[in-house]
Design a protein around this ligand. Structure first.
Ligand code: HEM
Length: 478
C-alpha cells in the first residue's frame, strides 16, 4: 500500500503525519474546507471557551473539559437543547428521543434504557454478526480490485444491521418502509434554510413539512401497527429483537409503556441516529487506515492472531483491543457527530472563568475538542495507542466525547461500538482498501460527518495468516 496520498494536497486536511502537517500550514489546510469547518477560527482550537456574536446573539464554543462537564452533567438543566433543535427533529422524525424534551423525554429515556444496556445489546450480537457476514459475501462476489464508494457501502451495511437488530425476521419489508421515510426526512432537512427561523413563515413552513412527512409515513405507520398487533397475538418466541423489547418495556416508576405511535417514532429515530453515524465512523476508519500502513498492519495482525481466519463473533470483542483503539482514534479525528446539539443558557453562569449571560447559545463540538491543542499531544496525528490504558488513565472524561455526555448521552453507544468493531474485524480480516486514483476526500458536516465527494476506494483481497503460520487466500475462507 502506498503512503503517497499523504504527501499530496488531495487528502483531507486533518489526518496526516506530523511531517505532512508541518509541510502544510493550518490556513492552507483549512482553505479546502467549506462551510462549518472552514469558518472555525484557529483560536477555537486553543482557548478553553471561545465566544462570539452573530445576528442570533451571543454564542460560546466550550472546550475546557471541566466546563463541558458543567454544561452536560452538573448544570445540565441550565443548558437544555435549544427549542429549535428539538423542533427540527420533532418536525422531521416525530416524537422520538431526539425530538423530545422535559418530562416526555425523561419518560421515554427511562423506558428505553434497558433495551440498550450492555447485556441486552450483547443479545443482538449474533444477528449483527450474521448480517455482516452476508454483506461480506457480496464483497466476495466482486471482481478483484473492485472500485467501490466506501461511504455508500458502509451506509448499506449499517442500514442492514440496524434493520435486523430492530426487526429481525421482519427486517426486509419493514426496513425498506423505514428507509422511504428516512429519504423523505433527509430531503426535508436538506430543504431547511434561514426562512425556517423567520417569525411567521418559519412555523408555517414547519407545519407544512410535518404534514408532508405524515403523508409519506402512512405506509410505515400502518405496517408497524400491523406488526405490533401480530407480535402481541403471537406472543414472544425466540430471541428478542429491539422492537420486542420496546413493546415489552414498562417504566419502573409509573408502569407506563410506549404507544404504537411512540414506538414508531422511536424506531425512526433509532434508524436516523444509529445508521448514518455508524456508517460515518466506519468510512472514516477505512480512510485513515488507507493512509497509515503501520496501524493497518497491526490491526490485521491482531485479527489473524485472534481469529485465524474464522468469522468474528460477538464473544471476540474483548479479544480485539487494537481494533477498538483504531475505531476510538478514528472517532477522535472524525467524530460522526462533529457538534452536539446547541444548548441555550437559561440563567447567567460562568464557564472556565468566562461569563455566560442568560440566552447565550452554548456549543460543545467534539470536532474541536478532539483536536484541541491544550488537550492532545500532536492532535492532528492518527495514533491509536493514545487509547492504550496507560495513556488514557489521566485523560479528563470530557476531552473525548464522540457519544456526547450527561443525561442525553447517546443511548446506542454500546451497540455502535460493538457493531463498528465487529464490522471492521470481519471486513478488515479479508480486505484492505486504498483510495481510488484522483479521489478528493474532504469532510462535510451534515449533522453527521460526511464526505464532500464520497469515498471512492479500491478493494484489495488479502491472504490471512492462520494460527499455524500457514497463509490462506482470503477467498478460500468460509
Ligand atoms: C458511532 C456511532 C454513533 C455516534 C458517534 C453517536 C453519537 C451521538 C451523540 C453525540 C449523541 C448526543 C447528541 C447531543 O447531545 O446533542 C447521540 C444521541 C443519540 N443517539 Fe447516538 N451515536 C451513534 C450511534 C447510535 C446508535 C447505533 C443508536 C441507536 C441504535 C443511537 C441512538 C441515539 C439516540 C436515540 C440519541 C438521543 C438520545 C437522547 O436524547 O436521549 N446512536 N448519539
Amino acid at each position: 500500500m502506498s503512503d503517497h496520498a499523504l504527501e499530496t494536497s488531495e487528502t483531507p486536511p486533518l489526518a496526516g503525519s506530523k511531517e505532512a502537517m508541518r509541510a502544510r500550514p493550518r490556513r492552507e489546510r483549512r482553505r479546502r474546507q467549506e462551510g462549518f469547518f472552514g469558518a472555525i477560527p484557529d483560536k477555537a482550537y486553543q482557548e478553553p471557551v471561545f465566544v462570539g456574536r452573530s445576528i442570533f446573539g451571543r454564542w460560546a464554543v466550550v472546550s475546557d473539559p471541566a466546563a463541558v462537564r458543567r454544561v452536560l452533567v452538573e448544570q445540565w438543566a441550565n443548558y437544555p437543547k435549544t427549542k429549535m433543535d428539538i423542533e427540527f427533529f420533532n418536525a422531521i422524525f416525530g416524537g422520538g428521543l431526539l425530538g423530545l424534551d422535559g418530562e416526555d423525554w425523561r419518560l421515554h429515556r427511562r423506558i428505553m434504557a434497558p433495551a440498550f444496556d450492555p447485556r441486552t445489546v450483547a443479545s443482538y450480537g449474533p444477528a449483527m454478526a450474521s448480517t455482516i457476514q452476508s454483506f461480506l459475501a457480496r464483497w466476495d462476489a466482486l471482481p478483484d480490485e473492485a472500485p467501490i464508494d466506501m461511504s455508500e457501502e458502509m451506509t448499506a451495511l449499517t442500514l442492514e444491521v440496524i434493520s435486523r437488530t430492530v426487526f429481525s425476521a421482519d427486517s426486509g419489508e419493514m426496513g425498506s418502509l423505514v428507509r422511504d421515510v428516512l429519504l423523505r426526512g433527509a430531503e426535508t432537512s436538506a430543504a431547511a434554510n434561514l426562512l425556517d427561523l423567520a417569525p411567521v413563515i418559519g412555523p408555517w413552513r414547519m407545519r407544512r413539512r410535518k404534514r408532508e412527512l405524515a403523508e409519506a409515513s402512512r405506509p410505515l405507520d400502518a405496517a408497524i401497527e400491523k406488526l405490533l398487533a401480530e407480535r402481541e397475538s403471537r406472543g414472544h418466541e425466540g430471541p428478542k429483537d429491539l422492537i420486542d423489547r420496546l413493546m415489552a418495556a414498562r417504566d419502573a416508576e409509573t408502569g407506563g409503556r410506549l404507544t404504537a405511535k411512540e414506538i414508531r417514532d422511536e424506531i425512526v429515530t433509532i434508524y436516523v441516529a444509529g445508521h448514518e453515524t455508524t456508517a460515518s465512523t466506519l468510512s472514516w476508519t477505512w480512510y485513515v487506515l488507507s493512509q497509515r500502513p503501520e496501524p493497518l498492519a497491526r490491526l490485521q495482525a491482531e485479527l489473524d492472531a485472534e481469529l485465524g481466519g474464522r468469522a468474528p463473533e460477538p464473544g471476540d470483542l474483548a479479544r480485539l483491543p487494537y481494533v477498538r483503539r483504531v475505531v476510538e482514534e478514528a472517532m477522535r479525528l472524525y467524530p460522526a457527530a462533529p457538534g452536539l446539539s446547541s444548548r441555550r443558557a437559561v440563567a447567567d453562569d460562568e464557564l472556565a472563568g468566562v461569563r455566560i449571560p442568560k440566552g447565550t447559545s452554548v456549543n460543545v463540538l467534539p470536532w474541536i475538542i478532539h483536536r484541541h491543542e491544550q488537550l492532545w499531544e500532536d492532535p492532528e496525528t492518527f495514533d491509536p495507542d493514545r487509547f492504550a490504558p496507560e495513556r488514557s488513565a489521566d485523560r479528563p472524561r470530557f476531552a473525548y466525547l464522540p457519544f456526547g455526555g450527561g443525561p442525553r448521552v447517546c443511548i446506542g453507544q454500546v451497540l455502535a461500538m460493538n457493531e463498528s468493531i465487529l464490522a471492521l474485524a470481519a471486513l478488515g480480516q479479508r480486505y484492505s482498501a486504498r483510495l481510488a486514483p484522483g479521489a478528493d476526500v474532504a469532510p462535510k458536516a451534515n449533522i453527521t460527518l460526511q464526505f464532500q465527494h464520497g469515498l471512492p476506494m479500491i478493494l484489495e483481497r488479502r491472504a490471512i495468516a492462520r494460527a499455524d503460520g500457514k497463509s490462506v487466500a482470503a477467498e478460500a475462507v468460509a
